[in-house]
Design a protein around this ligand. Structure first.
Ligand code: DGL
Length: 260
């Protein structure tokens, strides 16, 4: 048993998809969630800059004595996960990996789209999973320009978001893609609207498997918490606005407690 909190971070609301899945699986855990809104969006930034933020945030989370760090952001995982593991050998990390493996397994047309930020699409992590699991499948990379910004602003099904999705994914669906990997945690909130716009197209969201991996790791470490569970927040800019958006996404902001 270990009552210390679990640390989790993202550039903004995207990681809340992982947080939600984690809280469902392990309601007795306390999570310290760091939303790096001052640096949002990560996607278009150089990898070195995102890596610097990932290190600064990890240091801050460790100051609060977290027992595990979940990098609930694909862009930060691409830029920093391997380096974080090397730099903090005593700290267990769980990160996001684009779901190319399940997508390749379930695609009938053997054509899948990875929808992600430029940072994730350019990183070695995606290249590695495509080489390892994408054999025999056409993996098309599509940069979701503007999508994370829309989700961060609370827009998950507006006409503008739908139009953007049609513009980004329509040509690939017309070419026969039948599966879309949601390769950015913000896009997990777009799953329903993608399904509505493109009937018959499957989406792959890795929020739940990543949350499950974190719980499994805690169990292996014999570090599950006896409770009580809850969420503490650190928001690098405009915490009130972030709480409001959390509320819009279905999180009870009243139960949150400031950690800064
Ligand atoms: N949520 C982040 C990810 O998973 C990206 C959003 C951003 O561009 O900051 O990649």
């Amino acid at each position: 048993m270990d009552a210390r909190p679990v640390g989790m971070f993202d550039s903004g609301v995207g990681g809340l998809a992982v947080l939600r899945a984690f809280r469902e699986l392990a309601p007795a855990e306390r999570v310290l969630y760091f939303a790096d809104t001052a640096w949002f969006p990560y996607g278009p930034r150089p990898a070195a800059e995102v890596r610097k933020r990932a290190f600064a945030i990890t240091h801050r989370l460790l100051e609060s004595d977290v027992k595990l760090v979940v990098v609930a952001c694909n862009t930060a995982s691409a830029a920093a996960l391997a380096d974080l593991r090397e730099a903090f050998p005593g700290v267990p990390f769980v990160g996001m990996v684009p779901g190319v493996k399940p997508a390749a397994q379930q695609s009938r047309s053997r054509r899948v789209v990875v929808l992600a930020t430029p940072g994730t699409l350019d990183g070695d992590l995606l290249q590695r999973v495509v080489e390892e699991f994408g054999r025999g499948t056409q993996v098309v990379r599509v940069a979701g320009h503007g999508l994370a910004e829309a989700v961060e602003a609370g827009e998950v099904s507006s006409p503008a978001v739908r139009a953007r999705l049609r513009e980004l994914l329509g040509p690939e669906v017309a070419r026969g893609a039948d599966t879309v990997v949601l390769g950015c945690t913000h896009y997990a909130f777009l799953g329903p609207v993608i399904a509505a716009e493109f009937p018959g197209i499957a989406t792959v969201d890795t929020s739940v498997p990543v949350a499950r991996r974190a719980v499994d790791l805690l169990r292996e470490m014999d570090a599950l918490s006896p409770g009580p569970g809850g969420i503490d927040l650190i928001v690098s800019q405009d915490p009130e606005e972030f709480r409001r958006r959390m509320g819009q996404l279905g999180f009870s902001a009243a139960r949150e407690e400031a950690a800064t």
